[in-house]
Design a protein around this ligand. Structure first.
Ligand code: TYD
Length: 199
């Protein structure tokens, strides 16, 4: 039985299925413990601004400004949503976190060190998983309107940055090319293994 909170992060390319998987994970964890699904950009003021004005290209600020906005949203997300839930002992599943800034804004040319610096006050996740799907697969899957972050070349570069953090041991890779149910099982196994090892 889990008795304290944990901050679990799912990362991946757009169309990798990580949002679906994060929701499935939170629902499965809820069977035995308080668990909450959350996402970045968040539902706080800056997150809503990013979603409404930036993601679909209405305004295109410099990449450094984008990174600062994502970092500012992250602070609000942590302070107003994640930390209070962790204090109550919840398992918090976040659909995207700081690795998205490193991967997307980093692959767009920003220094990874600088992105890390502006995210200095963000909470370190207890477990961060990367749902890995080939860029070709995700673009074929994406039927909805593509955000300004979504082209084959950019997705390849984004994946490279994610893999760098997999190699460094910060992210645990999950094979996202498997059928949806198997991916969900693999994610739950990784989370349960982490929770058991921590006891
Ligand atoms: P996404 O998970 O696709 O949200 P939704 O499915 O609800 O539309 O994320 C939106 C986009 O935001 C995605 O293209 C990646 C981008 N993003 C960044 O570039 N940097 C960040 O720090 C974050 C959190 C997201």
């Amino acid at each position: 039985m889990v008795t304290k909170g944990a901050f679990i992060v799912l990362e991946g390319l757009d169309g990798s299925g990580k949002s679906t998987q994060a929701k499935i994970l939170a629902a499965k964890l809820k069977r035995s413990h308080a668990a909450v699904y959350t996402a970045e950009p968040s539902h706080e003021k800056i997150g809503v601004f990013i979603r409404n004005r930036i993601l679909y290209g209405e305004i295109r600020p410099p990449t450094s400004v984008e990174a600062l906005l994502f970092a500012a949203d992250r602070i609000e997300h942590i302070q107003n949503e994640v930390q209070p839930l962790l204090n109550e002992g919840c398992l918090v599943v976040s659909d995207r976190y700081v690795y998205s800034s490193l991967a997307y804004q980093g692959s767009a040319g920003l220094s990874l060190e600088w992105i890390q610096a502006v995210n200095f006050y963000s909470l370190k996740p207890d477990l961060a998983l990367f749902v890995d799907v080939a860029p070709e697969t995700v673009l074929a899957r994406l039927k909805r309107k593509k955000s300004v972050m979504e082209t084959l070349e950019t997705q390849r570069k984004v994946r490279e940055v994610y893999l760098k953090y997999v190699k460094a041991g910060d992210l645990k890779r999950i094979d996202g090319e498997k059928p949806k149910k198997e991916v969900a099982t693999d994610i739950l196994s990784a989370v349960m293994a982490f929770l058991i090892a921590r006891c």
